[in-house]
Design a protein around this ligand. Structure first.
Ligand code: FMN
Length: 211
């Protein structure tokens, strides 16, 4: 069982048994480091679980024996963007208790070891045990549609890549329309060039793939 305080802290950070929270998962296998956005839910025992689909670097590294992980918590869409399309921009720093590094600039870090892993037909399900949690206090912010729209566009983009890899062009085209909608939201809700550029680049990458 995870201890009560850990569970309390995880829930305060937004993790839940009833909904999926999006994090950047970092891991380390023999000096090779990777980071990717992943959904996390709490198991019945209150431990973070991830479902990782085959075909990703993360899947291969877990299957090959990666034993520790960090759930990097941030709502900054730029970090999600880097983790999908520009991994070389990510800045890492050391963790306290695990060999997997942290991504600099996040609001919370949940350092974990692997509790168990089960393999499905095209995915694995890993249950993680937190060993150290650190977070910064952040001031409340009014909801803005821009950041979620960028992260949503990235979800569609990664699904689109998968659909094309299995030859499902019609579903991929439908996802391209969703990405266009997200880009439209970003363009209308911010004048910040950096965020507009990120949304546009996701769309351009998606269009290049579907073409
Ligand atoms: C917000 C978000 C959440 C994601 N959640 C998952 C997930 O739970 N499981 C998964 O296998 N892929 C998920 N993905 C897709 C992976 O992050 C994506 O395939 C990524 O490119 C894998 O990187 P890698 O090959 O370096 O492991 C998610 C993507 C985004 C943008």
């Amino acid at each position: 069982m995870t201890d009560v305080n850990t569970m309390y802290t995880l829930e305060n950070l937004g993790f839940s048994k009833t909904q999926v929270s999006e994090v950047l998962l970092t891991l380390n296998l023999g000096g090779e480091v990777n980071a990717a956005p992943m959904g996390v839910r709490l198991s019945k025992r209150g431990l973070p679980i991830i479902r990782v689909y085959a075909g990703s670097r993360t899947y291969i590294m877990i299957k090959s024996g990666a034993k520790d992980y960090v759930l990097n918590v941030t709502s900054d869409p730029e970090v999600f963007y880097w983790a999908v399309l520009k991994k070389e921009y990510l800045r890492f720093k050391s963790s306290c208790r695990v060999t997997a590094p942290r991504i600099a600039g996040c609001q919370a870090y949940v350092e974990c070891v692997l509790e168990s892993v089960k393999f499905g037909r095209n995915y694995l399900r890993a249950e993680l045990r937190p060993v150290y949690i650190e977070y910064v206090k952040v001031k409340p912010k009014a909801y803005c549609r821009v950041q979620p729209a960028i992260i949503e566009a990235l979800v569609y983009f990664t699904k689109l890549k998968y659909l094309l890899s299995v030859g499902d062009l019609s579903k991929a085209k439908a996802l391209l329309e969703n990405i266009k909608h997200c880009e439209n939201v970003v363009r209308h809700c911010t004048t910040q060039r950096k965020l507009r550029k990120i949304a546009k680049e996701i769309l351009v990458h998606a269009e290049e793939l579907v073409r």
